[in-house]
Design a protein around this ligand. Sequence first.
Ligand SMILES: *Cc1c(COP(=O)(O)O)cnc(C)c1O
Length: 397
Amino acid sequence: MTAPVHPDTVAVHSGRADLTELGVHALPIDLSTTNPLPDIERGGDSYEAMATGGRPPADGSMVYARLWNPTVARFEEALAEMEHAEASVAFASGMAAMTAVILAHTGATGKKHVVAVRPLYGGTDHLLGSALLDTETTYCHPSEVGVSIRPDTALVIVETPANPTLQLVDIAAVVATAGDVPVIVDNTFATPILQNPIDHGAAMSLHSATKYLGGHGDVIAGVVACSETTAEALRRVRAVTGGLLHPLGAYLLHRGLTTLPVRMREQQANAQRLVQWLIDQPQVDEVFYPGLDGDPDGILERQLGGPGAMIAIRLHGGYEAASAVASSVRLFTHAVSLGGVDSLIQHPAALTHRPVPADARPDADVLRLSIGLENVADLIADLTQAFAFRGTAALAQ
Ligand SMILES: *Cc1c(COP(=O)(O)O)cnc(C)c1O
């Protein structure tokens, strides 16, 4: 079979190579927790292979679902292909994925230093800051990654576009200054449709699959695309610590991938129209969206297929105005999370970035919007009424 080339085609067909042989058309869901063993010796060999991060041997067994599950493995194969990676490893959540990445690169390696570029997702910031995993973190500007690296640096963590202010980081530049230290990019906001960090030299691309990959707000999951060698290390951590993705979640994510390109394009088009409207609103002091400042470093052009569907706004009238708008929306849901087919609005400083130290926390007058698939005129109408609620008072200040 000739490999499909366009990402739209990959999204629909990837991870399905064995379906014809199985005689099925839709993705099968295998809920087995245990698997028959051909004999004691091959059962033992299979266990050994997977407990050290490998795949089930052809003549062996999958043994136990903490080691391997075919429904999860199909999703992993599909995501790897979409991310231009050799492999991917799925986890119970984005944070389980980040935890496994940190454990696999620190712990037994004897290295415990992490270089992280802020802003990061609040949970990642919290995980690093809590020292729960016995790490030590240096936070720095992208241009300071090189000088922040020490002999015991295990990992460089970058998020781009960043949460919540949509700042862009030049992945290739960070990779160049990181030298031998592997760089992980949190690619949750861009998805593999708009950005493939591995093409720019990153060792790993991480997703909170809870967001765009699932796309319907009904699965918590995480996934890391990487080399097969790194995948082995991550599968080993997963097998030992048990942060597994359930096969039902893997099925929903795999099905969700088929519409990911279309959803991203439509949600992005909605966001672009909404941004054009937002920049003209007197209640809005500042709009954060990739490319609005004209792409001075050329990162958008070089690295991203488009600016995406996340927007942040700074409201005239401070926290009071932000609070009033978040409470007055009717079509948008005031809720955390992002990337689904319906639009959400939330206050990063109070919620997603609450665990972040005050000096690195987003401002209190900033709201984050995740734009969905609704008709954009209806979204504008909803924000118009939410702004009006506060607009007159805010303008009078
Ligand atoms: C949500 C999110 C995470 C954490 O993922 P969970 O699936 O909630 O554990 C990590 N990074 C980013 C950018 C996120 O938005």
